[in-house]
Design a binder for this molecule. Structure first.
Ligand code: MG
Ligand code: ZN
Length: 232
């Protein structure tokens, strides 16, 4: 995880203690947020990917299709701008933008504050779009019930092995931009193989978010999760 380079130099043991402290505090806030969601039958998902993989585009289509059936709320994480929250609000869905400034991931406290501002109704779906980054968002629990990792064929098929923490911690991997496969060097079966190697349980689906194609299995996955969550 990232430590602010402007901090004074500390010895290795202190750095390890600091990391442990930061993550422990984060996890305790995240547990509180998850309890809040679970008690109200709210399903919360943490969408993670490299920048530009298509998270916001996927959310726009998902909201248009599912918001008739379930109230949806979105929390957007970016270093700067409210571009993504503006795009989400244009679909009619409430959205809260978090700007992390120099930070490169969302933390549980930021999400807890955004949830308080949105106050999602019981039985709703909360989608958290994390800052585009395949590294430290894997380490920070935000209080979600599952992580969904979005890869795209323009990023290369080796990412699950290069960033194993992210793929190990995700329940579902969406492979986006498959309409570009004829134009890029990308071996889909190798990518699935690498993802299963770091996480044998991970579910995988090819999608094309920009054209709103091949999204059926994703909607089925979401509906199944929502139903299971309500029963629990
Ligand atoms: Mg985005
Ligand atoms: Zn970070």
């Amino acid at each position: 995880m990232c430590i602010n380079p402007r901090l004074p130099k500390v010895d290795k043991a202190s750095t390890v203690r600091l990391r442990y402290h930061v993550l422990a505090r984060n996890d305790s806030i995240a547990h509180g947020t998850r309890d809040y969601f679970t008690q109200r039958g709210i399903l919360a998902l943490n969408l993670v990917s490299a920048p530009g993989a298509g998270k916001t585009t996927l959310l726009e289509h998902t909201i248009r299709v599912l918001q008739r059936d379930v109230p949806i709320y979105v929390i957007e994480g970016d270093q700067e701008t409210s571009f993504d929250a503006d795009r989400i609000r244009a679909t009619g869905c409430p959205a809260q933008q978090i700007n992390t400034g120099a930070g490169c991931h969302l933390e549980a406290k930021m999400v807890a504050d955004a949830v308080a501002a949105l106050s999602p109704v019981p039985g709703s779906l909360v989608m958290i779009e994390n800052v585009g980054n395949l590294v430290c968002p894997a380490l920070f629990d935000l209080g979600e019930h599952a992580k969904v990792v979005i890869s795209s064929v323009t990023e290369g098929d080796d990412k699950p092995l290069k960033y194993p923490y992210m793929f190990r911690n995700a329940d579902l991997m969406l492979l986006n931009k498959i309409d570009l496969l004829p134009y890029v060097q990308f071996d889909v079966s190798r990518c699935w193989d690498y993802a299963k190697r770091v996480n044998p349980q991970i579910e995988t689906m090819p999608i094309c978010a920009a054209q709103a194609q091949e999204l059926g299995p994703w909607y089925t996955w979401l509906r199944r999760r929502l139903a299971a969550h309500k029963r629990a």
